[in-house]
Design a protein around this ligand. Structure first.
Ligand code: NAP
Length: 543
């Protein structure tokens, strides 16, 4: 069967593919499914597209991957029509981009906004997913693709008294549509990960006072953002094929050059000069273009950390504050490094102060502010920059039930079991590109690989007359074991293991084997006619 309007045997009222989430992955999934001739419906909880770039509209939210490496590569026309204004663009421009894409490819008519999925059950006798949304509607689909993202469920810690606070409270990942007015306000920000450190300098000049509550400092280095000059824009546009090829094959999904020297090739003085170059280079270059042995030789990593610590001491005028801002418990990239613009400088302003929570813990939130071991402070606004239920958070909340009514959250109670980070055994016709056990690096790139993998499988099933496709439990077990037994750069105490969420199983949530390995396995899967999957007709599958 060729690219007909419906997948094999889809009943009249069911679409072929139901996608959940209109973020960077969901939009691409919708595009690819339409291109392959499937009927598609996309359900989105927000009122607009963009996912992360819809919800995270806090001040100075911006890409820290170069924008033109984050955007889509599927259309040369799109590449040429869209103008990125900066190297790392901010949320408003990013959101505009996703809207542009959706309209450019006429995808909006397939999206229902403002509906949140509350349950999804697989009907084994029909080989169909029934999906319910919070508006009471029921949707039916042959294939269910949850493109719900890894950083989409905000986490707010259970600090006593949170509900009694009389001022405004916002989590970075659920920022209000109406801009928050910080003028002359007393503001507290809790959390100093990538989100918190972006906000601090963005509002420091507007507020009456800004108190930053920091539990663990991270190794922050400059983003080194800059406007793209007309010449750079023209060069990027003219170089589409080469850039696409590089991004499609890059281990990290960036355009950065590969490291070319071992730390031992250089003298101590040369290393300092190289670190200075890294400090002044854009975004993730500090990791991707650093010494070849940067992540394997603790000595060179320590030397880089000492270099950053010196920079912090040089920028922050109060030595006690500078010391608090220097990480003591992890090497560079032991946790996901944030990139900043004017972050350390903000602490030199008289209205900005830092509270180190390990020395001075929060006792409770009061009606008027925050009480720590040192006493209360009054605030008008509290910002929770306290992160996310990473990887599995959204999928475990979708109410997904597979064979025999098994709930996904129950099946994953000890951590996710996946095959290539795209599907899980016992949940036929269910896929989650861009979810847990993806790869590491520039998210749209490896998530795009996974979307391509899912589409390949769906097309294979349709073209060969199969209605039900599910991964062989043995293939899933093998991949999950590979992921769980692979060492990672990241500490178990980082959110990449789920350890930031009380009660969550501490398990590998990324795929540390990397994008090239993922790409190789996806290619092999297609070459082997999807032999890791059990493909069947509904009657066979039900039996
Ligand atoms: P995060 O990295 O998980 O940081 C959460 C912060 O909240 C940490 O400092 C954490 O401290 C703190 N925290 C958590 N629970 C706390 C508690 N009970 N009391 C006090 N502090 C608490 O979250 P995020 O900053 O939102 O960033 C998440 C990810 O989103 C990033 O790593 C990145 O991948 C992505 N992101 C990207 C950009 C970008 O520029 N493109 C911007 C923002 C976010 P501990 O470290 O001690 O747990």
């Amino acid at each position: 069967m060729s690219g007909s309007a419906n997948a094999a045997g889809t009943t009249a009222d069911a679409v072929d593919v139901l996608v959940v989430g209109a973020g960077v992955t969901g939009i691409y999934q919708l595009y690819r499914a339409r291109e392959e001739g499937f009927s598609v419906q996309l359900l989105e909880a927000g009122d607009g597209v963009g996912g992360t770039w819809y919800w995270n509209r806090y001040p100075e939210a911006r890409f820290d991957s170069e924008s033109y490496t984050y955007g889509y590569l599927f259309s040369k026309e799109l590449w040429e029509e869209w103008e990125w204004s900066e190297r790392f663009t901010g949320q408003p421009e990013n959101e505009r981009y996703f809207n542009f894409v959706v309209d450019r490819f006429d995808l909006r008519r397939h999206i229902r906004f403002g509906v949140r999925v509350t349950a999804a059950e697989f009907d084994e006798s029909a080989g169909i997913w029934t999906v319910r949304t919070d508006d009471g509607a029921e949707h039916r689909a042959r294939f269910l693709v949850a493109a719900t993202g890894v950083l989409s469920v905000p986490f707010i810690p259970e600090v006593p008294g949170r509900e009694v606070f009389g001022g405004e409270q916002h989590h970075t990942g659920r920022w209000p549509q109406t801009p928050v007015d910080f003028t002359g306000k007393r503001v507290a920000i809790i959390g100093t990960g990538s989100s918190g450190v972006q906000i601090v300098p963005a509002i420091a000049d507007q507020v009456a006072s800004l108190t930053v509550y920091q539990r663990t400092p991270d190794w922050c280095t400059p983003l080194n953002n800059a406007p793209l000059t007309p010449q750079e824009r023209a060069e990027i546009k003219a170089d589409f094929e080469r850039i696409r090829e590089t991004l499609n094959t890059s281990p990290s999904g960036f355009l950065h050059a590969l490291p070319s020297r071992f730390s031992t090739d250089d003298t101590a003085e040369q290393r300092q000069a190289f670190f200075e170059k890294m400090w002044n280079s854009p975004g993730f270059t500090k990791l991707t273009e650093n010494y070849i042995d940067f992540t394997t030789n603790p000595e060179v990593n320590k030397e880089f950390c000492e270099f950053i610590a010196d920079k912090i001491r040089g920028i922050v005028t109060d030595p006690a504050t500078a010391d608090k801002l220097i990480p003591k418990d992890h090497i560079y990239a032991g946790r996901r490094p944030p990139f900043v613009t004017g972050y350390f400088e903000a602490y030199n302003k008289p209205n900005v102060s830092l509270v180190a929570l390990r020395e001075t813990p929060i006792v409770r939130i009061t009606e008027t502010g925050i009480e720590t071991a040192e006493g209360p402070r009054e605030f008008d606004i509290i910002i929770w920059a306290t992160g996310y239920d990473f990887g599995t958070g959204a999928l475990n909340r979708l109410g997904v039930r597979g064979r025999n009514g098994l709930a996904l959250e129950e099946y994953w109670s000890e951590g996710p079991n996946t095959y290539l980070g795209v599907t899980t055994a016992g949940f036929p016709n269910f896929f989650f590109p861009g979810g847990p056990h993806g790869a590491l690096g520039n998210n749209p790139r490896y998530a795009g690989d996974q979307v391509d993998c899912v589409i390949g499988a769906l097309v294979h099933a349709r073209d060969n007359g199969y209605e039900v496709i599910e991964v062989d439990p043995a293939a899933e077990a093998e991949w999950t074991e590979t992921v769980n037994s692979s060492g990672s750069l990241f500490l178990e105490s980082s959110y990449f293991y789920g350890s930031n969420i009380p009660g969550k199983a501490v398990k590998q949530l990324l795929n540390p084997t990397g994008r090239p390995n993922l790409q190789r396995l996806i290619a092999e899967l297609a070459a082997n006619e999807y032999s890791a999957f059990i493909l069947s007709k509904v009657e066979e599958a039900a039996a």
